[in-house]
Ligand binder design. Structure first.
Ligand SMILES: C[S@@+](CC[C@H](N)C(=O)[O-])C[C@H]1O[C@@H](n2cnc3c(N)ncnc32)[C@H](O)[C@@H]1O
Length: 280
């Protein structure tokens, strides 16, 4: 079965389809974008509401509006996920811009409100010391700022934690399993400049999530696909990668990236000329 058929999509035509990766241009807030129960694993990172300059969405909403947006997309993803499906959610621990907020705790609470069950939290230590610039009251107890250079990866599931169905084939090594079930992950973030997107995550994040939490041939979905990192890693690792992204330029970027990287990986015989023609 090809990638597109696995989405049981309703109205949308794929923006791009290549082997076992497919990208749709659309809005995660529209529940009827896909039929229910199509994906085994979601690996995603939503907008953080910290004023990042995306092309198509406002990233500095009033906090209550941001939480309402969060509730709606988490609800839709719940509907689109299979009963034994999982959601691996990369979000900030907290934020200070525009007032201190416990973003990680608030999103985790909303996820459970719409039906997701909580499994655990992984701390991603991305070693971003550049955040250590806001000291508040330097060397004074008057109003110091404490900032943790980490992000969260929340592990949630729909109904049952134990996976049923699927190929039942796991392809993780013993060493990786032992290391990654330790819930502190340490690896660097991705360069915005290198990828050409304002907030990409590194391939290592979906790679670990996919190897640890999905079977070979599972359907892996990213509703905030951005530069296409999740679908790229899924396709490279014998899964079906399905992406959704609202912005046309990021869809074009993901298409270009997938064509180059999947080709390099030897999945098909595209040459440079063919790739250029495909990208248009
Ligand atoms: C944090 S970025 C994801 C980056 C991605 N993980 C990567 O590695 O490139 C969030 C993405 O969500 C997209 N987005 C924002 N609002 C959306 C919506 N309502 N529906 C679909 N995509 C949306 C943005 O355009 C942006 O590309």
């Amino acid at each position: 079965m090809n990638a597109r058929k696995k989405t049981k999509k309703l109205g949308l035509n794929p923006f791009f389809e290549f082997n076992n990766a497919v990208l749709y241009r659309g809005n995660v807030l529209e529940a009827n974008t896909f039929e229910n129960n199509f994906c085994d694993l979601i690996v995603t990172s939503p907008p953080y509401n910290v004023g990042i300059e995306y092309n198509s969405n406002e990233d500095l909403l009033n906090y209550n509006d941001y939480l309402a947006f969060t509730e709606q997309w988490l609800k839709n993803c719940y509907y689109w996920t299979k009963d034994s499906g999982r959601l691996i959610l990369n979000i900030p621990l907290d934020k200070s811009k525009g007032g201190q907020k416990s973003v990680g705790a608030d999103i985790t609470t909303i996820a459970q409100k719409v039906g997701w069950k909580y499994h655990s939290t992984i701390i991603w230590n991305e070693g971003n010391i550049s955040r250590r610039t806001a000291w508040g009251s330097f060397m004074s107890a008057s109003a110091p700022y404490v900032i943790a250079p980490v992000e969260l990866v929340i592990v949630l599931y729909k109904k049952e934690w134990k996976k049923i169905g699927g190929s039942k084939i796991s392809d993780i090594t013993k060493k990786d399993f032992m290391n990654w079930t330790n819930g502190v992950w340490t690896f660097n973030g991705e360069s915005k400049k290198r990828i050409g997107h304002p907030a990409p995550f590194p391939k290592e994040l979906p790679y670990r999530a996919i190897k640890l939490f999905s079977y070979v041939n599972d359907v892996v979905f990213d509703p905030f696909s951005g530069s296409g990192t999740t679908i790229l890693v899924a396709a490279m690792n014998n899964r079906t990668g399905i992406g959704l992204e609202i912005d046309l330029d990021y869809c074009k970027l993901a298409k270009k990236r997938l064509l180059y990287e999947l080709n390099t990986f030897g999945l098909d015989k595209f040459d440079e000329k063919n790739i250029a023609k495909q990208i248009g």
